[in-house]
Design a protein around this ligand. Structure first.
Ligand code: ATP
Ligand code: FE
Length: 354
């Protein structure tokens, strides 16, 4: 089966073609992602109206490009999958409308997919990971532990109570005068730094459960920076590197400890895999720490390639393929949802917004 996927829930417009074989294994035939960074550059963040308009303009091109790259034409597609939430509603609506149009025109079944389910199921696209497995989703907008029991069955074990780690990386980079996106520039800058020079907090580390917090850490970096600047009349290269290293080490500690806790709290589930997704999973220190935790837990560590860890449409197409075994397709009443917690049912079962 060939599934065409569409994704437009944030600031990337994406289309992809995924082939699902008779064993349910997926192959990415094409995955096209058109970013919008330059459109929002002047505004210091994603502007929802601009994003929605750009998605509406770019979706058709992305679909054409994906079909072309996969070497197929629209009638050869067996199903159409689209992110139906959660996300910026204008963008989600653009994607859902486009998918409905394609479904109506071709008569092919339509599947509304939860964006987070797309991320959470990606390890099964790239590796042979059996259910259940533990998933840490860490990106610019999300941070949560999920126990993935099946294509449509997720338990949220905990997550951030304030900022997502990617957001914290971006904000701290701004504080240190490093370029955006903050993650890669902090990682690079931290290489020459002493992570122990500044004593930075590890919020909620001793607390039970898997909840995390990163906003206090960011404030602590701000204070340490200001103190250092007042003392030296500016921020030296070394201060910058030490603060970057200290911040990164704190994030690594929090994520690693909470991952241990997630395994400890759900031993009966027997999760034998630890998977990561989201842009922050690109960080080498974070990957190394999680790999160590996985080894201690005798779990397999799976980190999909970065292009499939960040927002993309291949994960949406594949998730639909996984879910199609369990459920019927959606119909043209499929609604776009700004909020859609993963541990609730899919939109067609909730009947909301119809
Ligand atoms: P979401 O997909 O959850 O809506 P998003 O689109 O912002 O959010 P991603 O594209 O998955 O998230 O990831 C982008 C984030 O990942 C940015 O905040 C960026 O700073 C962070 N990031 C990228 N590379 C690294 C790295 N090497 N170390 C730490 N963080 C990183
Ligand atoms: Fe995402």
């Amino acid at each position: 089966r060939l599934i065409l996927g569409l994704e437009s829930s944030c600031d990337d417009t994406a289309a992809a073609v995924v082939r699902i074989d008779e064993h349910g294994r997926g192959t990415v035939m094409a995955s096209v992602v058109a970013g919008q960074t330059e459109l929002h550059a002047d505004f210091g963040g994603v502007v929802p109206e601009i994003a929605a308009r750009a998605h509406a303009e770019k979706l058709d091109h992305c679909v054409e490009d994906a079909l072309h790259a996969a070497g197929i034409t629209l009638p050869q597609i067996d199903a159409i999958a689209v992110t139906a939430g959660p996300g910026l509603i204008g963008g989600v609506v653009s994607g859902v409308m486009c998918a409905k149009g394609l479904s109506a025109a071709t008569g092919k079944p339509l599947y509304g997919v939860n964006h987070l389910a797309g991320h959470a199921l990606t390890p099964r696209l790239t590796d042979d990971v059996p259910y259940p497995y533990l998933m840490l989703l860490v990106s610019g907008g999300h941070c949560q532990f999920l126990l993935v029991r099946g294509p449509d069955s997720f338990d949220r074990l905990g997550g951030t109570i304030d900022d997502a780690p990617g957001e914290a990386f971006d904000k701290v980079a701004r504080l240190l005068g490093l370029p955006q996106p903050g993650g890669p520039s902090i990682e690079k800058c931290a290489q020459g730094g002493d992570p122990k020079r500044f004593a930075l907090p590890r919020p909620l580390l001793d607390r039970d459960g898997c909840d995390m917090s990163f906003s206090g850490l960011k404030t602590a970096v701000l204070r340490a920076r200001d103190k250092s600047m007042a003392a030296n009349g500016g921020l030296t290269r070394q201060d910058q590197a030490d603060l970057a290293a200290g911040f990164q080490a704190a994030v690594v500690d929090v994520l690693a400890h909470k991952t241990c806790r997630a395994f400890a709290e759900y031993p009966a589930e027997g999760a034998r895999g630890l998977c990561v997704a989201g842009g922050v999973a690109a960080n080498k220190s974070i990957r190394a720490a999680l790999e160590t935790v996985a080894a201690e837990q005798e779990a397999r560590f799976v980190a999909p390639p970065l292009a499939l860890c960040t927002d993309n449409a291949a994960m949406i197409a594949f998730a639909a393929g996984e879910q199609a075994v369990l459920r019927d397709a959606d119909d043209l009443t499929l609604s776009a949802r700004p909020r859609w917690p993963l541990d609730t049912a899919r939109p067609s079962m909730l009947g909301s917004g119809k």
